[in-house]
Write a protein that binds this ligand. Structure first.
Ligand code: BTN
Length: 327
C-alpha cells in the first residue's frame, strides 16, 4: 500500500466523521501539507471528501469507479491486486496495455483496469463494446510455469473463476459456453480473451482479458445485441458494486491458479464440466463458415471439444463457435 492508499483507509475507517489534518499527519508520518496534497489528488480522482478549516477531513462517499484504492480495500488475495494496478478512465484495450507492460517486465499479478475501451477486442478479432462505468474491462498478467500447450487451460480456469464469482455473489444460474463465454439464460454476460507470448517454446507471459457487463441498462445494447447479450443489472434488477466483483474474481482466480500449478488441472476441469453442462449435448460448431454437427463426447484438458458426428466419426475441435439453442 502506498501513502495515498493508507490515507484513504484512515479516512474510510472514519466515514462520516471529521479527522484532523494533524491526526492524519501523525498516523501516516507525513507533513500536514502532504496530507492536504494527497487529499486533493483523491478528490480529483472522484472520492467525495470534504475539508473544513479547524475540523479536518471527512470521507463521505466511495466513487463508483474501479480505482486501485477501491480494489485494494478489503482485497483478500496474496498476489493478485497487490502489485501495480494500472487504472485508466479511457484506453484502447486493456489487453494491449497489459501486453506492453508484460513485455516491459512487470511481475505476475499486475492488473490493468479501464472504465471504457475504444478498441476492446474479443476472440477472432471481434469488437468488445463498453461504456464508461457500466462494466468491467480487466486484464491480468501471468507468468505461469507451464508449456504453451498447457497455457490454454488458463482460459478454462478463468471461466470457472468468473462463474464461481457470479454464482456466489449474484446467485444467477450462469453457465459456461465452450470455450469461454459466460451465459445467463442463453445470453452473453461476459467474455474472456487470453493472449500469450512465448520465447523458445516457453511461456513468457499470458494476458487474461475479461469483459463483464455489470450495470449496463437494456438500451446500452442495440436491439439485435439485446437478443444475445445481457448484464447483471438487467438480470437482477439491481446495480452491482464493480470493485467488489473484481475483488471476488481475483480471489477465485488466485485460488484456482495456485491449484492448477500445485495439484494439476483435473479439479478445475471437473468444475468446468459441471458449469458448462455441455457433455452429451447435440451441438453445431461453426468454424469460420464450415460447420460440424454432433454430440459432445468430452472436452479434454487442453479445452479441445471432442465431437462425435451422426456417422460415428470423432472430431477434435480446437476453436469455433458453438451454436446451441437451449443454454
Ligand atoms: C470475447 O467474448 O470474444 C472476449 C471478450 C473479451 C473482452 C475483454 S474486455 C478487457 C480485455 N481487453 C480487450 O480488448 N478485450 C478483453
Amino acid at each position: 500500500m502506498d501513502t495515498r492508499d493508507i490515507l484513504l483507509k484512515a479516512l474510510k475507517k472514519n466515514k462520516g466523521t471529521f479527522v484532523s489534518g494533524e491526526a492524519l499527519s501523525h498516523e501516516l508520518g507525513i507533513s500536514r501539507a502532504a496530507v492536504s496534497k494527497h487529499v486533493a489528488i483523491l478528490k480529483n480522482t472522484g472520492y467525495a471528501i470534504s475539508s473544513t478549516p479547524g475540523k479536518g477531513y471527512v470521507f463521505r462517499e466511495n466513487p463508483d469507479l474501479l480505482l486501485p484504492g477501491e480494489i485494494r480495500h478489503g482485497l483478500d488475495t496474496r498476489i493478485f491486486g497487490h502489485h501495480l494496478i494500472d487504472y485508466h478512465t479511457l484506453i484502447t484495450s486493456t489487453n494491449d496495455r497489459a501486453k506492453e507492460l508484460a513485455s516491459a517486465g512487470v511481475p505476475e499479478g499486475t492488473l490493468v483496469l479501464a472504465e471504457e475501451q475504444t478498441a476492446g477486442r474479443g476472440r477472432k478479432g471481434r469488437p468488445w463494446f463498453s461504456t464508461a462505468g457500466d462494466g468491467i474491462c480487466l486484464s491480468l498478467i501471468l507468468r505461469p510455469h507451464m508449456s504453451p500447450s498447457e497455457a490454454s487451460r488458463i482460459t478454462l480456469m478463468t471461466a470457472v473463476a468468473l462463474s464461481e464469482t457470479l454464482l456466489g455473489l449474484t446467485r444467477l444460474p450462469v453457465l459456461i459456453k465452450w470455450p469461454n463465454d459466460i451465459l445467463i439464460k442463453g445470453k452473453k454476460l461476459a467474455g474472456i480473451l487470453t493472449e500469450m507470448s512465448m520465447e523458445m517454446d516457453q511461456v513468457d507471459f499470458v494476458v487474461v482479458g475479461l469483459g463483464l457487463n455489470v450495470n449496463s441498462p437494456p438500451d446500452h445494447f442495440s436491439p439485435e445485441v439485446r437478443e444475445i447479450a445481457s448484464s447483471l443489472l438487467i438480470e437482477t434488477g439491481t446495480t452491482w458494486n464493480r470493485a467488489a466483483l473484481v475483488r471476488e474474481f481475483l480471489k477465485w482466480f488466485e485460488n484456482y491458479y495456485s491449484l492448477i500449478q500445485g495439484q494439476g488441472f483435473s479439479a478445475v476441469m471437473k468444475r468446468w464440466k459441471e458449469l458448462s453442462d455441455i457433455i452429451g449435448r447435440d451441438v453445431t460448431v461453426d468454424m469460420l463458415g464450415s460447420r460440424i454437427q454432433g454430440c459432445v463426447e468430452d472436452v479434454d484438458d487442453e479445452g479441445v471439444l471432442i465431437l462425435r458426428d451422426p456417422s460415428g466419426i470423432f472430431h477434435r475441435v480446437i476453436s469455433g463457435d458453438v451454436l446451441l439453442k437451449d443454454i
